[in-house]
Design a binder for this molecule. Structure first.
Ligand SMILES: [Cu+2]
Length: 304
């Protein structure tokens, strides 16, 4: 485990972890043994009268100096493991990593968007961490890296993948109802394969533009396309239906038409379908243009 690892940070993090674990286990065992020894050695039956002990300078110096050295050792390994994480090599490949309720997405400098993070082997990659809504945290356990993704802040992380393969990406900052479903993958492939991947589109040739937009904006993480209930109403068969909605001034009935879909995307809290919670969806006013909403609506119409 400590030899190579999936990224350039595995060695430093594991070394720190095992040093701290080793020190902790040593003290757990030693202190427990001392406690048991004292309990038996100074039991009441043998020592009916307690004896008073006054201070001991040698002991006090020992239990001040040794713990100080130990915490400095822990700090030293923590620091030399952490410092390189904040120093991004100048030639690192920049990728924008977006977190939103509840999915990750990645955007490359040529404009290619992807739901999984694809990176070349043995090349430094820098992730610019951008939140579209609330606090998230991008965590790649196999690479031993984790950074918070905070709206309005420009945080970053970098790594060099050292082994081909697929590794999990998690969100490690509780971000709402479907936080635990906020999963993705890093796929590490040889550089030539990566360059070929970068140039070709991942979007299936005959995919309706509305569906592509719904995937890219994470609509489908809360609204199913097959009728199952997740966080919001399913899109299946909803177009043209009459639904009861809750507004600030009470309940009313509306027909799901172009206008209602646009309003729900721009002001999601205004008319919430009864039985669903208000406040879970953000406004997509700055993210989706009128023509995007048209494509989405056209696609929803086909979901019969
Ligand atoms: Cu999250």
């Amino acid at each position: 485990m400590m030899s190579s690892g999936a990224s350039n940070f595995v060695h430093g993090v594991d070394l720190t972890f095992f040093i701290i674990l080793g020190i902790s286990v040593f003290f757990l065992v030693t202190i427990t043994a001392a406690m048991i020894y004292f309990v038996i050695r100074y039991r009441r039956k043998k020592n009916p009268k307690a004896s008073q002990i006054e201070g001991n300078n040698t002991l006090e110096i020992i239990w001040t100096v040794i713990p100080t050295i130990l915490v400095l050792i822990m700090f030293y390994y923590g620091w030399i493991g952490y410092r390189p994480m904040r120093r991004v090599p100048a030639d690192a490949i920049p990728v924008k990593a977006y977190g939103q309720m509840w999915s990750w997405s990645f955007e490359y400098s040529n404009g290619k968007k992807s739901a999984e993070l694809v990176v070349p082997l043995n090349k430094p990659v820098k992730l610019d961490l951008i939140s579209k809504d609330v606090n998230h945290s991008l965590y790649i356990p196999a690479f031993r890296i984790k950074e918070d993704v905070i709206p309005g802040r420009n945080n970053y992380m970098w790594f060099k993948a050292l082994q081909e393969g697929e590794y999990d990406i998690f969100c490690s900052e509780y971000c709402g109802e479907r936080h635990s479903y906020m999963l993705s993958k890093v796929r590490v492939i040889p550089e030539a394969e990566y360059l070929a991947w970068l140039e070709k589109s991942d979007i299936p040739a005959n995919e309706p533009p509305g569906l592509t937009l719904m995937k890219q904006n994470a609509c489908v993480t809360c609204h199913s396309l097959d009728g199952s209930k997740i966080v919001g109403p399913s899109f299946k068969g909803i177009y043209g239906e009459k639904v009861t909605v809750t507004t600030d001034s009470g309940e009313k009935e509306v027909t799901v038409d172009d206008e209602y879909i646009r309003r729900s995307i721009y002001e999601p809290g205004a008319e919430v379908v009864k039985g669903f919670n208000k406040g879970l969806m953000i406004s997509y006013k700055d993210k989706l243009k009128d023509e995007d909403i048209k494509s989405i609506t056209d696609y929803i119409k086909t979901l019969k």
